[in-house]
Write a protein that binds this ligand. Sequence first.
Ligand SMILES: *[C@@H]1O[C@H](CO)[C@@H](O)[C@H](O)[C@H]1NC(C)=O
Ligand SMILES: *[C@@H]1O[C@H](CO)[C@@H](O)[C@H](O)[C@H]1NC(C)=O
Ligand SMILES: *[C@@H]1O[C@H](CO)[C@@H](O)[C@H](O)[C@H]1NC(C)=O
Ligand SMILES: *[C@@H]1O[C@H](CO)[C@@H](O)[C@H](O)[C@H]1NC(C)=O
Length: 425
Amino acid sequence: MSALRPLAASLLLLLLCSAAAVSGHNITAILEGFPEYSLFSSYLSQTKLADEINSRQTITVLALDNGAMSALAGKKPLSVIKNELAVHVVLDYFDPQKLHQIPKGSTLSTTLYQTTGNAPGNTGFVNITDLQGGKVGFGAAAPGSKLDSSYTKSVKQIPYNISVLQISAPILVPAILAAPAPSASDTNVTALLEKAGCKTFAGLLVSSGVLKTYQSALEKGLTVFAPNDESFKAKGVPDVSKLSNAELVSLLLYHAVADYTPIGSLKTSNGPISTLATNGAGKYDFTVKTAGDSVALDTGVDSSRVASTVLDSTPVAIFTVDNVLLPTELFGKSPSPAPAPEPVGAPSPSPVSPAPGPAVEAPSPLAASPPAPPKETPEGSPAAGPAVESANSRSDSAAGDSKAPTLLAAVVAVSATVVSSLLMS
Ligand SMILES: *[C@@H]1O[C@H](CO)[C@@H](O)[C@H](O)[C@H]1NC(C)=O
Ligand SMILES: *[C@@H]1O[C@H](CO)[C@@H](O)[C@H](O)[C@H]1NC(C)=O
Ligand SMILES: *[C@@H]1O[C@H](CO)[C@@H](O)[C@H](O)[C@H]1NC(C)=O
Ligand SMILES: *[C@@H]1O[C@H](CO)[C@@H](O)[C@H](O)[C@H]1NC(C)=O
């Protein structure tokens, strides 16, 4: 059991943290009435964390006033600021009263950073400690970290959905601050795609020259939806070698958006999204359909699940998708240049990495706090690793979908085991 524990704990964690349908709150609107948090709010928007916050329930935002926020931001790249700010979003509801009723006076609470799947050790958790004299301290979860920040005041509560609390100083996580900031222009898109099982797509980008268009968009913001290798062999998918050069270029440009659009932003999008192929002659857009934690792109001809996250580093996001995205401009009309594909069914309920977890109801407000962090996990080993990997490998095969129900059952069973072992201990 001990070997399984980190895996089981992270599965349970992911179950409980699964974002529910878009909730009613809007963090930008909440903070609008408070000029002292304008910089904090602006960074939440720039990093798109605002969308992530708006797509979740049972959440606590630890707000920084303009002085503390500018100290945190400094001259740091946006990708580092995003990771730091993600530590300031706790996946649990703490109003001022609950803050002073923490069992045993101290807890490690899960943050949004943990859901990225890249949080080493317990960097994805925050230490909240009820100190003497009614003071509540906040700090990084790494053992020996100081509680450098403290609760200042309540900003806003929408009971059990979102609580916004001001804290005195940023929660600094040395591992995030020390990580080398990747330069967007140095991103090797093809190398990442090849590693993620999208060799065919990467090869087409190179041979068609479309890679250059992608690369020139990297610094201003780019999101790529890369079909995996199996998807090109799927029944009903046009033979790309029979497309004209112009059609192939349009098809490849259709798989990218000239904007940084992480998963939270996809979930909260409403209306069609333009792509790099969008021009005067064709809309070449698609819409996003969200069901629980599953995000699918609907082109009008077919629908494709967003399967896994290859890269999410402001301002670049790369996802894999299960199906080649077929724009109506090329494949919707008759006579079409290629056989029309079979209609693809509703998005599967499988999750999107890096926040995998079946679509489940949001945890009830009265439910226990998210599970304890993986204290037994050795420093440096990513706690969410196994679950994320299994989600990725599942998405890599077309046959994976049929395994989803089994996996869901396994997740539920394992989680139940963890719950009972937690209850018994
Ligand atoms: C909390 O969110 C749920 C789901 O969106 C919504 O139905 C409910 O009205 C919200 N509660 C409040 C107090 O806004
Ligand atoms: C949230 O509020 C801001 C500011 O009021 C507004 O600009 C934005 O459109 C709102 N977002 C959503 C998703 O409603
Ligand atoms: C939180 O940090 C304090 C100070 O470093 C430490 O004493 C306490 O054990 C930590 N709490 C948890 C739950 O790890
Ligand atoms: C990117 O990676 C590919 C291997 O996938 C390699 O052939 C290419 O030279 C790399 N490009 C750069 C600019 O490093």
